[in-house]
Design a protein. Structure first.
Length: 376
C-alpha cells in the first residue's frame, strides 16, 4: 500500500472485530458519550473507528454505526482526500500532512496520555461542503492495546463569525470612514477638488456596497439558495471592468495591473455579477500577496468550446498554502481572513459550472484561473 504521510496499514478483519467487541464491553463508555454534544469516536492503533457516539451518527444521518466501523475519520466523513491514494485511504495523501485531525491523532499516539488539540479544515460530503472542526485526541492503553479517543467539535459558525467581524468591523468600517472623511473635505473644497473628491467617494461607495453584496451572496451560496442570472457578455469588456475597479483599490497602491496583450474579446454566456466577483477576488488576492512595485497580469484565452480567465502574480506560494488554498478558513493574511479563494471555488464551480484551479512555481509565479463553457 502507498502513503505520502501516515501509515496505510489496517487491522485484519479478526483484529478489528476484537477491538470493536472489547470497546463495546465497556458499558460506561456508551453511557458517558451519549451525553457528549460533540462527535466522539474511539480509534484503534491503525486509526480505524471502533466506536462512535450518537452525535456522530446524527451528523452523518446514519441509523447505526455498522457502516463506519473500520473506517478512518476522513472516510466516514467522506473527505475529498480520503480516497486519493489507492488502498491507503484517510491520512495517507499528500494533503493529509496539513490535516489537523490526522496530526492530532498521530501526535497523541506518539505521546500517550497527553491531550492533543488541533483545528481541522475539511471539504467533505456529496456536495463538497466546507467544515471547520476543533479536534482533541488522547491515546490510552486499554486491553493491553492503544486506543485513541477523539472529540470533534464543529466550529464552522465561530469561524464564520470571526470572518464577518473582520469584514464589518475593519474592512467595511474603514471604507465607510474614508467616505465620511471625503464628505467633510468636500465642504471646503474648490470646484476642482470637489470633482476629484466626488470621484473618490463614488469609487469607495461602490467598494462598500460590493463587499456587503459579496458576503450576502457567499452566505446564500453555502445555504444552496443563490440565484444565478446568465447573460451574454464580452470577455475583454469584463476584464476591463475588473481592471477599472481594482486599479483604484487600496490594495493596489504602488502596484500595477495589466490586461495581457492579445487577450480574446470572445463573447460567452455566464452570470456577469458572479464572474466579475470571481475574477476580482483573484486580482485582490494577487495584489495582497505582492510587495510594492509588483505587476499583476490578467487575461482570457479560448480553448475549444471553453474560455479561461486567469490572473497571474510573481510570488510563489508555499507548499502549505498550495495544499490548503481553497479551504474556507485557511489564510496567510492573519486572523479573520481566508474566504477569498474559497469563494472563488464555491461560486465558480457550484454556481457557474466551471473549473477553478491554480499553478504556482518559479519562474512564472502564481496563476489562478477559471475555465467556463462558452455557452453561446
Amino acid at each position: 500500500m502507498n502513503t505520502d504521510y501516515a501509515a496505510p496499514e489496517r487491522a485484519t478483519g479478526e483484529q478489528l472485530q476484537t477491538d470493536i467487541d472489547d470497546i463495546r464491553s465497556l458499558e460506561l463508555v456508551q453511557e458517558l458519550t451519549e451525553i457528549i454534544p460533540d462527535a466522539f469516536v474511539i480509534l484503534n492503533i491503525h486509526r480505524q473507528i471502533v466506536y462512535c457516539n450518537p452525535t456522530l451518527l446524527s451528523l452523518l444521518s446514519l441509523p447505526g454505526p455498522e457502516s463506519i466501523l473500520g473506517k478512518r475519520p476522513g472516510e466516514a466523513l467522506n473527505c475529498v482526500h480520503a480516497h486519493d491514494i489507492e488502498n491507503g485511504g484517510c491520512g495517507t495523501d499528500k494533503f493529509c500532512r496539513y490535516c489537523g485531525a490526522v496530526n492530532a491523532i498521530l501526535d497523541s499516539q506518539a505521546t500517550p496520555g497527553k491531550v492533543q488539540t488541533e483545528e481541522c479544515r475539511l471539504i467533505a460530503g456529496a456536495k463538497n461542503q466546507a467544515f471547520d472542526f476543533s479536534v482533541r485526541a488522547k491515546t490510552l492503553s486499554l486491553f493491553d492495546r492503544h486506543f485513541t479517543l477523539l472529540v470533534v467539535q464543529d466550529i464552522s459558525a465561530e469561524k464564520r463569525r470571526t470572518v464577518m467581524e473582520r469584514i464589518f468591523f475593519h474592512d467595511i468600517l474603514n471604507t465607510a470612514g474614508g467616505i465620511q472623511g471625503l464628505v467633510e473635505l468636500m465642504q471646503e473644497a474648490t470646484p476642482e477638488e470637489l470633482e476629484e473628491f466626488l470621484r473618490m467617494a463614488e469609487s469607495s461607495t461602490t467598494t462598500l456596497v460590493e463587499e456587503i453584496h459579496a458576503q450576502r451572496d457567499i452566505l446564500a451560496a453555502e445555504q444552496g439558495r443563490l440565484d444565478t442570472d446568465p447573460h451574454h457578455l464580452n470577455a475583454a469588456e469584463l476584464l476591463a471592468q475588473v481592471l477599472d475597479t481594482y486599479k483604484k483599490h487600496t490594495c493596489a497602491r504602488g502596484k500595477s495591473i495589466f490586461i495581457q496583450p492579445g487577450t480574446t474579446d470572445t463573447d460567452l454566456r455566464s452570470d456577469p455579477r458572479l464572474l466579475t466577483r470571481i475574477i476580482g477576488n483573484m486580482v485582490k488576492n494577487a495584489l495582497e500577496a505582492e510587495p510594492q512595485d509588483a505587476i499583476i497580469t490578467m487575461g482570457a484565452d479560448v480553448h475549444g468550446d471553453e474560455i479561461e480567465f486567469w490572473v497571474q502574480n510573481p510570488c510563489v506560494m508555499s507548499k502549505e498554502a498550495r495544499m490548503q488554498i481553497f479551504q474556507r478558513s485557511f489564510t496567510t493574511k492573519g486572523k479573520g481572513r481566508g474566504i477569498g479563494t474559497y469563494s472563488i471555488k464555491l461560486l465558480g464551480e457550484t454556481y457557474l459550472g466551471g473549473n477553478v484551479g491554480f499553478t504556482s512555481a518559479p519562474p512564472d509565479g502564481t496563476r489562478f484561473y477559471i475555465r467556463l463553457p462558452l455557452g453561446i
